[in-house]
Design a protein around this ligand. Structure first.
Ligand code: PGA
Ligand code: ZN
Length: 439
């Protein structure tokens, strides 16, 4: 089953910035993918090619990346006669080799990823199976049953994703005690609605504006203010004790000169060293039902991660620290820096490498947490990926805004489809960290 055409077009992401769309055609149809983009990006991510021509989109155009697809990579893949139903690894490898740089900076990770995603979709269609099954096969996931993830929904936005003074980037709600994915979505949506009313009553109507990931961005600064708001909203919605909390401070965004500046969005610097910041996290962990902490320290602050991980009982996730890069995951394992890898497909630029990094993390006994980007599209690929890899949890922002809910809606479709087919599946629930091990 050969590919007959691969083209790319410049489209928009959820922040109104250009991004790459790929269309890949086979005898089974035309398969599309649109690439996401981050704001709080780490230095170890694969490179997103931007035109730099200031006369268009302030230099953010991706026409060059589109040409990488249409003029360079597409013709090469077609000429090689590769078949997406069985050759995804070869397609990805051919793109890596053609680019030839360690960070995909020549042809662009945005170009390469678009083809990789569209090829996976074409492969699934050729094999007559849903994308999550194709990705389960690609990942080597044991196929006993399917696991629907706990949706960690970011309902309070700060950091680089909003205009409020809060340094921490994300406060997520995780309905670990729900019994199905659909119920988890419902509980989170009810809590989100309660949070809106609460913010309005405490801070006024003008305070219910949203950040980039659809969460509210009220004029608060300190993490305990955010957590108190969440606890109250969970209680009002009637889900006390059943919804837990995750935090992604994205601390690289406020790391300067060896310190963490909790006041980085205000005129009053509030500098903490890694030990003081660690103490703050421990205080929060003691007081609130937090089950997951991501990037508590900067992307090169390995020693702070290792120190914190020593007596850490919750999930400690490396995002900017690991960049979905198998080499950095191995360093993390050696240094015992964390116990979970965030998986962002555009951090590395091919589906094969993202799965490879995730499998390396699994083999170390870690968890894998699948993630969207703050600049998203309505492409719902990661919903299938989280089920295919059986990661047990994912984050895709608030239960609001089309590009965020596209993933949650797709996961509800998958849950319904599995039920209709009579296949065995379950909601990850409290065991979300170990969903992959539990077969
Ligand atoms: P980003 O944020 O997509 O802006 O990098 C997400 C995250 O830090 O997890
Ligand atoms: Zn993060």
């Amino acid at each position: 089953m050969s590919i007959t055409s691969i083209t790319a077009q410049q489209r928009l992401d959820s922040r109104g910035k250009p991004t790459v769309q790929v269309q890949l055609t086979t005898p089974h149809g035309t398969f599309r993918a649109i690439v996401p983009s981050g704001a709080s990006k780490g230095d170890y991510e694969a490179v997103e090619l931007r035109d730099g021509d200031k006369s268009a989109f302030e230099g953010n155009g991706v026409l060059e990346a589109c040409r990488s697809v249409t003029d360079v990579l597409g013709p090469k893949i077609i000429e090689a006669g590769l078949d997406p139903s069985k050759d995804l690894k070869k397609i990805d490898q051919l793109m890596i080799d053609t680019d030839g740089t360690p960070d995909k900076s020549k042809l662009g990770a945005n170009a390469i990823l678009g083809i990789s995603m569209a090829a996976a979709r074409a492969g699934a269609a050729a094999r007559g199976m849903p994308l999550y099954q194709y990705l389960a096969d690609e990942s080597g996931t044991p196929s006993k049953d399917f696991v629907l993830p706990v949706p960690f929904m970011n309902v309070l936005n700060g950091g680089d994703h909003s205009g409020n003074p809060m340094a921490f980037q994300e406060f997520m709600i995780a309905p670990t005690h729900a019994t199905s994915f659909a119920q988890a979505v419902q509980w989170n949506a009810e809590t989100y609605s309660a949070l809106k009313t609460l913010i309005q009553s405490k801070h006024g109507k003008g305070a219910i504006g949203l950040g980039d990931e659809g969460g509210f961005a009220p004029p608060i600064q300190h993490p305990h203010e955010a957590l108190d708001l969440l606890m109250e909203a969970i209680k009002i919605a009637g889900h006390e004790g059943k919804i837990k909390i995750g935090i992604d401070p994205a601390s690289q965004s406020f790391f300067t000169d060896g310190k963490y500046n909790m006041g980085f969005k205000t005129n009053a610097p509030d500098m903490l060293d890694a030990a003081q910041l660690g103490d703050l996290y421990r205080e929060l962990l003691e007081k609130y039902p937090i089950v997951l902490l991501e990037d508590p320290f900067g992307q090169d602050d390995w020693s702070a991660f290792t120190e914190f991980n020593k007596d850490c009982t919750i999930e400690l996730v490396g995002d900017d620290l690991l960049a979905t890069n198998v080499d950095r995951v191995k360093i993390g394992e050696e240094k015992k820096a964390c116990n979970s890898m965030l998986l962002k497909i555009n951090q590395i630029g091919t589906i094969t490498e993202a799965i490879g990094a995730g499998n390396e993390a699994f083999s170390a006994g870690w968890s894998v947490f699948v993630s969207h980007r703050s600049g998203e599209t309505t492409d719902d690929f990661i919903a299938d990926l989280t089920v295919g890899m059986r990661t047990g949890h994912l984050k895709s922002g608030a239960p609001a805004r089309g590009e965020r809910v596209a993933k949650y809606n797709r996961l509800m479709d998958i849950e319904d489809e599995l039920a209709a087919k009579g296949l065995t599946f379950r909601y990850a629930g409290e065991g979300f960290r170990d969903a992959h091990k539990d077969v």
